[in-house]
Design a protein around this ligand. Structure first.
Ligand code: MLT
Length: 217
């Protein structure tokens, strides 16, 4: 059994085992309207030998999968966001047991809605993700108490002309994560909401530098 695509563990998801002795698992979180297949090539690009855990968001917005409900573009249903974040954390715990991967080497990579729930996971379950790559992310919510994210490396890539996310919002998220102890690398480009190949290349380079810091291979 080399690959799984299952609806059990509560989420439709894809799991791809690690190769060549890698002990990293990439948690891939797609954008609105995506699915568990979307970011698999991205995960392979960022960490070629890492295992991949890629769930499909359980919320449907007129048929488009998402990881939590929103009331309008950029306006989140906070109650649902908190509920979905805990639900996703439980899925990750169960998946680690089912597939036997090392949770201490879990790296999240998310785009847009997926990056936003990754940020929410860091705020509500600070020990769960060891590093994160956030493409086009915004503040999911303002926590009452800052979580302890000491030493968690976070790569953020943002577009100055993003039509959905203001630069201030991205900057606020970076500040929140940094204020909680995370080591944030925020990169700006003169682009919109869509991801560019150059940013994927930058994230790949960043990953190569960061993984050895926590013994990842
Ligand atoms: C969100 O809803 O998470 C953001 O507005 C981005 C998106 O539409 O995916």
């Amino acid at each position: 059994m080399s690959e799984e695509k299952l609806g059990n563990l509560g989420f439709v998801h894809r799991f791809v085992p690690a190769e060549d002795g890698s002990d990293i698992t990439m948690l891939l979180l797609h954008g609105t309207g995506g699915n568990e297949e979307d970011l698999v090539p991205l995960g392979k690009e960022l960490a070629p030998n890492a295992a991949i855990l890629s769930p499909r968001g359980k919320v449907s917005e007129f048929g488009a999968p998402r990881f939590f409900r929103r009331l309008a573009e950029g306006v989140f249903d906070h109650e649902d966001l908190v509920f979905r974040t805990h639900e996703l954390a439980e899925f990750i715990e169960n998946a680690a047991e089912e597939y036997g991967f090392d949770k201490a080497k879990l790296v999240a990579a998310g785009y847009s809605n997926g990056a936003n729930i990754a940020a929410s996971l860091m705020l509500l379950h600070p020990g769960l993700i060891r590093a994160a790559v956030l493409f086009r992310s915004m503040v999911p919510f303002e926590p009452e108490m800052a979580p302890d994210l000491s030493g968690i490396p976070v790569f953020m890539a943002a577009g100055r002309r993003d039509e959905m996310i203001s630069p201030e919002n991205t900057q606020t998220l970076a500040g929140m994560l940094e204020g909680s102890g995370a080591e944030v690398e925020l990169r700006w480009r003169d682009t919109g909401h869509a991801l560019t190949y150059e940013e994927i290349g930058e994230a790949k380079e960043w990953m190569a530098g960061v993984l050895p810091k926590f013994g990842g291979v």
